[in-house]
Design a protein around this ligand. Sequence first.
Ligand code: ADP
Ligand code: MG
Length: 737
Amino acid sequence: SNRSRSAAMREVTHRPVRITTRPDSNGVQQPTSVWFGMNTFGLRDMRAKLPKDVYKKLAASIRLGKKLDSDIAPVVAQVIKEWALSRGVTHFTHWFQPQTGLTAEKHDAFLNFDENKLPMETFTGEQLIQSEPDASSFPSGGLRATWEARGYTAWNPGSPVFISETGGVKYLCIPSVFIGYNGEALDEMTPLLRSSDVLSAATIKLLELMGDTGVLRVNTTLGVEQEFFLIDRAHFALRPDLVMANRSLVGAPPPRGQQLEDHYFGGIPERVQACISEVEHELYKLGVPIVTRHNEVAPSQFEMAPIFEDSDIAVDHNHLTMAVLRKVALRHGLQAIVHEKPFAGINGSGKHCNWSLAITSDNNLDGTNLLKPGKTPHQNLRFLIILAAVLKGVHKHAGLLRAGIATSGNEHRLGANEAPPAIISAFLGKGLTQVIEDIAGGKTSPANAEQAMLKLGVAKLPEVEQDNTDRNRTSPFAFTGAKFEFRAVGGSQSIAFPVMLLQAGVAEAVIELTEALAKEIKTAKSTDDAVLKVVRKAFKETTAVRFEGNNYSDEWVVEAKSRGLLNLRRTPEAMAELKTDSAKALFKGTGILTDVELESRYHVRLERYVKDILIELHTLQQMIDTQVLPASYAYLAQLAGTAGQGAAAGINMQPVVDAANATSKLVAAAQKKRAELAKVITKAEALHDDLDAQAVYLTSTGCDALAEVRETSDALELAIGDEFWPLPRYREMLFPV
Ligand code: ADP
Ligand code: MG
């Protein structure tokens, strides 16, 4: 077969398994708990090293999500520096999340010189809490013009500093936010933190009104299931589309995909197992609590999931998970791909975001999960009103949630067979649906909320739900026991944005429900009765967003339309939801984003979409010109030569001529589509002054052109001789031998 392909095949089949070992002492590998978080400097380390009063202040700011007191910064910096130097660290960096979907870092050495020009290591309080990278080259969506590209990063003390180890070099990372000089959010983390703060304050007010006092903070909790593919590096390197666009733009479907249903939860291949274990080791050092791993549905697809954490830390940890996965996979000769749809015809990769709210307090409420039914009628009313707030937020801002997961990659996944559709609805399960419908339908009189709770059996729900085996895997937003699972989120995206949108919508609903409750309390017999009344109204209002059926069915599309639910299939129309009046009112009202900040998010995301599709168009054009067509010509030349030689020897070479003619037809079709593709690129690029028009053109004509060219290429892949085909086939990439 083709020379590079067979060389890759040889490499793949001869790759040894790289065995990984955990840190050991005296030759014995240590249990994970002994060294978990060894590369982080968290609260426990701080307590051991800091003066008591400094530690107290720091701990308070971490626990309550507050900014660090600047007068304790020098002392904190000092102990962090000592720890870092003792670990062989030479540099530090503020580690932040610009709107690129990735993280950013710029390293500075601890090395400094004293007044006698003698070398020494320094690290000031100022350097710990603030830094000024040159912000001019990060996307800002017009938020700050490049000539006034001033921005700074500031430590988020809630997220522990950590040591990155790469290529034998160690440097200290300080998880940070990235803001403009007037406080504008230039990054993904700032709005997320703001939404957590707003939701916390609003929920505390609601709880106080209900008589649950002494709550210091309501944290949002997040557990992120990460799906990904692992394919061999040698194959990856031969695919310009995977290298450039993280997804295959051509590739004929193999006879076997995932139809045997034999990969899901199957035995993890040894090379992959070794790789994933090493990924886990590296993540454990960084304090990322990965606890599950398994084969996913598609061939060569896998999943890892951590124990949930506070949402900002979970976001940091998901970035680390993706980065470590990519890095460590290479050591094993593997390429990790988190793109939403790297291979057509088989499942893509998502990122299920499990989300809930938990109380921090000095009393017995500490640790309460607000999305978990409790034991007493009062606790269950509390659960129901928070549930009502989530439903209200999702109902009113379904369009925003859709916008939050709108990327070029996820466009291929949403609505495809394995992924939830572009319609946002909520699944609640049989037991809970019954409770909601009984309340909404007035089956229980709000005259005595306590009795109603007992009668409805809310307290028994967790047991009911556990038995409820028909958990709906098709829902984009499902209640799964004591948390909601936002499943429509894409595998490669930063989850800060979709989680922020969810939190903003829920915060607004909590504020509205609190106002309604304050009114009801004035006339109700008891607070609990008033709560039930408010909950009943909210359940009634949000009926349309609850759906228990099969989200993949055609009937749902029709039904959702009649319910007035949005079905935004393409990215630009989904993105437009960021510009509606209700979106503007939400962000202004909650103070999470200013109009300008919101507008910039729209702009950055749409621009990214346009760039993604343009990169795909150019990549495909180059692959057709330099690989697909030349391979086809070579094959035709061989047929022609064979026919000529055979004819000279007096053999009937008509069959060969027929085969050549058939292939020649396919080549002509490919050339034609390729020419149309070039025109599409020219036209799209000519629209560069009008981003909206460009996006609309690319999402329709642009994506059609990609699909049509692919069709002709895939036909050629199946027509020409195997030794001529230059690109690793789906079979070779997905079914390693
Ligand atoms: P599944 O059945 O979906 O696999 P799991 O119980 O395995 O559910 O949990 C999936 C993810 O949800 C894990 O990361 C887990 O830590 C997380 N999770 C569990 N409880 C909560 C919660 N209260 N808040 C946020 N995430 C949670
Ligand atoms: Mg799950």
